[in-house]
Design a protein around this ligand. Structure first.
Ligand SMILES: C[S@@+](CC[C@H](N)C(=O)[O-])C[C@H]1O[C@@H](n2cnc3c(N)ncnc32)[C@H](O)[C@@H]1O
Length: 232
């Protein structure tokens, strides 16, 4: 099947929209520095002009394989697959691309997750994991202007940090921050060092500059879909 790289000449002119062919995506992700980060289950990736998810979808597939390697039980794989997904962030300006991005991420997660469960553990999917995956994807894939850090209606772009708290069962702390505050924190702490050495999106908690917007109750990874917030 031929890949569609360009949708229209106007979109190329107006938004620089040219999708990266799968072969090039794979070549880039095969670079040793990138592979090392993929192998770190908690390392975050941000695609600032995500399109329909050429890079994020492939990163998700690879990170789910890492999640599998780290999992000795179905429960561990359920947790690790959501941890892997939670590290992937995207911003895209055009609405139809964002719709495709969210759909591609959801379809990829469900397909790969279900196949691994079936083939490696001989069991069926957990509905709460897939519903929680949907919540993570909808939060991590944002429509907006990366350069301005704003949504199309002028509101700040907000991302959630999904902090793995460990434990048995493994828990997660979800906290929301504006994209702008995450970038500023990067500059001040050296977290975002330069274009070649961009490591973690979120600095340790005590280095965060701004107060979180919404704090959620720590919960099991598969209970993320409940979206239970802290009452102030
Ligand atoms: C060259 S394409 C790359 C898409 C994708 N990363 C890929 O490799 O297939 C650039 C994408 O950035 C989007 N874009 C352009 N300006 C943007 C902005 N200021 N903020 C967020 N996305 C933007 C376009 O709509 C387009 O989908």
């Amino acid at each position: 099947m031929t890949e569609k790289i360009i949708k229209s000449a106007d979109r190329v002119k107006d938004h620089g929209e040219v999708f990266t062919p799968r072969r090039i995506v794979n070549l880039m992700l095969d670079q040793p520095e990138i592979t090392a980060k993929i192998n770190d289950l908690h390392a975050t990736f941000l695609e600032p002009s995500a399109g329909e998810g050429a890079f994020l979808v492939e990163l998700l597939k690879r990170k789910l394989q890492v999640a599998l390697k780290r999992s000795k039980s179905v429960r561990a794989f359920n947790e690790n697959s959501l941890i892997a997904l939670s590290t992937l962030y995207g911003i895209e300006y055009l609405e139809d691309n964002v719709e495709m991005l969210v759909m591609n991420m959801q379809e990829t997660f469900n397909r790969e997750y279900e196949t691994i469960l079936q083939e490696k553990f001989g069991t069926k999917y957990n509905k709460n994991v897939e519903t929680s995956a949907k919540v993570i994807i909808q939060s991590n894939m944002q429509q907006g202007d990366t350069l301005k850090g704003k949504t199309l209606s002028g509101e700040p772009i907000v991302f959630s940090e999904w902090q793995d708290l460990g434990g048995n069962p493994c828990k997660v702390q979800r906290t929301e921050y504006t994209f702008e505050s995450i970038l500023n924190q990067g500059e001040s702490t050296g977290t975002v060092k330069n274009s070649y050495e961009q490591l973690d999106l979120f600095a340790p908690v005590d280095e965060k500059k701004e107060k979180p917007i919404v704090s959620y109750v720590p919960c099991k990874w598969s209970d993320i879909y409940l979206k239970e917030t802290v009452i102030k």
